[in-house]
Design a protein around this ligand. Structure first.
Ligand SMILES: [Zn+2]
Length: 193
């Protein structure tokens, strides 16, 4: 298999039919769709389904079928898991702290405090390894006294992962701040606005 064949097998690219309904991707991976208005991406993971526009025009530009609406299906982070993180983050403040949360195929959570060294500006950590059948779903870190936002360092950290990233900040104040987004290869979707 040459490099072109490898990339095209990994990311099949299909025209949307004008007569038949689309069949959902149901194995882990991604594929691109050429729809009437341009390029869409479809991604499936055991915990995620998305069908989103990547590069589209206002009007139909191709002879192919229409994708009627974007789809985004995500799991919900249990409140108790978020509370556990926030308590540790307040204790660590002003230093940053982080955790990863894996989901198995039964929908069970596993929170991992990875090996880490946090300062008020940075978090160095070793990426934990999932157990068989687990997926990384949430990557949460704190910003100490700083507000929650995605820094350029966070952008670089998240690149290449398909996951939900969360930042919790303003931990020295009465109410913390939170920023959340889904990242995947093609798109980043803000989740808390
Ligand atoms: Zn950050």
């Amino acid at each position: 298999m040459n490099k072109d064949q490898f990339i095209q097998k990994l990311y099949p690219t299909l025209p949307v039919s004008v007569i038949a309904p689309m069949e959902r991707l149901n194995t882990p991976g991604s594929r691109y769709w050429i729809a009437n208005d341009g390029l869409w991406v479809e991604t499936y993971r055991p915990w995620l389904y998305l069908l989103q526009p990547v590069s589209v025009a206002n009007k139909g530009t191709t002879p192919f079928g229409v994708i009627p609406a974007p789809v985004l299906e995500l799991p919900k982070l249990p409140r108790a898991v978020l509370t556990e993180f926030v308590e540790r983050a307040i204790d660590a403040c002003p230093n940053e702290i982080g955790c990863w949360i894996f989901l198995d195929t039964e929908g069970r959570h596993r929170l991992v405090w990875h090996d880490q060294v946090g300062t008020p500006d940075l978090l160095h950590y070793t990426r934990p390894t999932p157990n068989p059948g687990e997926s990384l779903v949430w990557d949460i870190h704190s910003h100490g006294k700083e507000p929650a936002y995605f820094s350029s360092i966070d952008d670089a950290d998240d690149f290449g992962d398909t996951k939900i990233s969360m930042v919790i900040g303003s931990l020295n104040e009465a109410e913390y701040t939170l920023a959340a987004r889904l990242t995947s290869r093609e798109i980043t979707i803000t989740l808390n606005s």
